[in-house]
Write a protein that binds this ligand. Structure first.
Ligand SMILES: [Zn+2]
Length: 280
């Protein structure tokens, strides 16, 4: 599952390249998309805007047609100039939207479908999403309330629950809990509202800071070079993520690794620094 900052950068890049441009060509290997394209062609439509809803990327076309994609683990969107060599094999292409200036190519997106505005408004997955931490209008108190509803769930799992809040993936889950000194195993019910608020705030700041990093402009989604510490050194960018066995940057205790939740998602943490395990 990509982090919210990845989606944010992909949306920003795609929006800048495509918004208010006319589609001159559309190609896809996905038959359910091609069927729509044959019945009601994409070519000739205007791309109105590109936006994120949680980790879903929405491209709005004129004539009430919305393309919803989800990148999950392996999907990505790239932007190329016409004729420029793609950086992924053509066999990985799932769909391509061309304007006079750009080709937007989705590689290996596991979810891609056309919806109307009305159908999207009825879509339970979209409608049940919690506040998106990268949305400047997001209500952080609402995210805290929705986390609170997760009761006995360990905080590390609750942070990944898109119905509670959207934007946090595995990296910022581990990094925000470390900075907030909270054990990933603490149940949501055992943590105070103040602590939940601190975690949400920290995750939001970390995500936000990573939307400003320069990225390779042609790759809408390259993963980027994330940073949660203040260090510019490549080997010091993150507090705990990916550092199992390495010494904690604060106390030198070896960073621990656990698998949590139904999907056995990796959690990196410092057993010593992350001492908040419950506040009664
Ligand atoms: Zn430590």
């Amino acid at each position: 599952m990509p982090e919210g900052d990845t989606i944010f950068r992909a949306v920003r890049t795609l929006h800048r390249a495509l918004a208010s441009k006319t589609v001159v060509r559309f190609r896809t290997v996905l038959t359910h998309l091609e069927r729509v394209n044959i019945d009601t062609p994409l070519a000739g439509r205007t791309i109105e805007r590109v936006e994120a809803r949680g980790k879903h990327l929405l491209i709005h076309f004129s004539g009430d047609l919305i393309l919803r994609t989800h990148m999950r683990m392996n999907g990505s969107w790239h932007i190329y100039r016409p004729g420029e060599r793609w950086q992924r094999p053509a066999r990985d292409m799932r769909l391509m939207i061309a304007t006079d200036d750009f080709e937007a190519v989705a590689f290996r997106v596991p979810v891609a479908e056309f919806r109307t505005a009305a159908a999207l408004a009825r879509d339970d997955v979209i409608q049940s999403l919690g506040p998106d931490l990268l949305d400047p209008e997001a209500e952080l108190e609402e995210a805290v309330r929705r986390l609170r509803d997760r009761g006995p769930m360990p905080i590390a799992d609750a942070l990944l629950d898109q119905r509670a809040l959207a934007g946090v993936g595995n990296i910022f889950k581990s990094e925000s809990l470390f900075v907030a000194d909270v054990s990933p195993f603490a149940s949501v019910a055992s943590l105070s509202d103040h602590t939940l608020r601190t975690i949400v705030d920290t995750a939001r700041q970390q995500l936000e800071a990573n939307t400003h990093d320069p990225i390779e402009p042609r790759l809408a989604v390259a993963g980027g070079v994330r940073r949660t510490t203040r260090s510019g050194r490549p080997d010091r960018r993150l507090w705990v993520y990916g550092r199992a066995g390495a010494p904690c940057r604060r106390c030198h205790t070896p960073i621990a690794l656990a698998k949590q939740g139904e999907d056995a998602r990796l959690t990196y943490y410092c057993p010593r620094c992350q001492h908040v395990t419950g506040e009664g």
